[in-house]
Design a binder for this molecule. Structure first.
Ligand SMILES: Nc1ncnc2c1ncn2[C@@H]1O[C@H](COP(=O)(O)OP(=O)(O)OP(=O)(O)O)[C@@H](O)[C@H]1O
Ligand SMILES: [Mg+2]
Length: 250
């Protein structure tokens, strides 16, 4: 589904910035994989490379068998770290925009698909509001809805729940966990919340500080119902925090 092999990225400018060094990771169909790492280590850069928005300085990326950047872009449903809503469009029209632009369906159908999911995203009654009239968390939910509606094979979610309260966050995590497979084949999530990574994913990649590289890959064991026992979750958390070099109380 996704293969990143020995990818490096240095931004050239007034002062070159080496963002990523020798990053390799693999995601199979059916996988939900998280990436955690310190701020500035290159997580968003890695997503931009995977989605074909930026070009790697070296290395190779294939998504859904496609190495061509334009084709890769079409196989990715990418929710940017910044919500990127159009200020003059309503909630409903912003949510429907992805489907419209991709030419999946016409405006009326796109609006109707988006409207169906508004209650689930806590946006019912706000369909006519503009982004400036929403809270940060609501804007984020519109952006998440827009991305998920696209149903692209590979979901790239860059901190989709960052400014949500704990309750909404858990509701949307549960919803994402139970439904992402209906639209997409694999998902990659950037989060700073180690427990969120464990709750949602089959595997957690840990990145080093910049220049970012993968320093650990930790599998999350799941039982028959898809849940991880408290003990196993604690063990995974300790392993991830250790890789992040965050000391835990023994
Ligand atoms: N377009 C760009 N031009 C120049 N430098 C860039 C560009 N984009 C990112 N960088 C640099 O690359 C490094 C990694 O940035 P990136 O946004 O990928 O980090 P991140 O891991 O997503 O951080 P955060 O957790 O804070 O979102 C930073 O030092 C940043 O300044
Ligand atoms: Mg980022």
């Amino acid at each position: 589904m996704l293969s990143v092999e020995g990818v490096a990225k240095t931004f050239v400018g007034r002062r070159p910035v080496e963002a990523l060094r020798d990053v390799s990771l693999h995601v199979e169909a059916g996988d939900f994989v998280s990436i955690v790492g310190p701020s500035g280590c290159g997580k968003s850069t890695l997503f931009n490379l995977i989605a074909g928005i930026e070009t790697p300085s070296s290395g190779r990326i294939a998504a859904g068998g496609e190495t061509d950047a334009d084709r890769r872009r079409l196989s990715c449903g990418y929710m940017f770290q910044k919500d990127l809503l159009f200020p003059w469009r309503s909630v409903l029209d912003n949510a429907a925009l992805g489907l419209e632009v991709a030419g999946v369906c016409g405006r009326a159908e796109a609006r109707s698909r988006a409207r169906e999911l508004l209650p689930r995203f806590g946006l019912e009654g706000f369909e006519g509001h503009r982004p400036a009239e929403l809270s940060g968390g609501m804007r984020q939910r519109v952006a998440l809805l827009r991305t998920l509606l696209l149903k692209r094979p590979l979901l790239l979610l860059d901190e989709p729940f960052a400014s949500l309260d704990a309750l909404t966050r858990r509701e949307l995590q549960d919803w994402l966990r139970s439904t992402w497979r209906t639209g997409s084949e694999a998902a990659l999530l950037v989060t700073h919340d180690v427990r969120e990574a464990i709750y949602l994913s089959d595997r957690v990649y840990v990145m080093s500080p910049r220049p970012g590289s993968i320093v650990a890959e930790v599998a999350v064991p799941r039982g028959a119902g898809g849940s991880t026992g408290a003990l196993a979750a604690a063990e995974v958390e300790t392993a991830v925090l250790r890789a992040l070099q965050i000391e835990t109380a023994a």
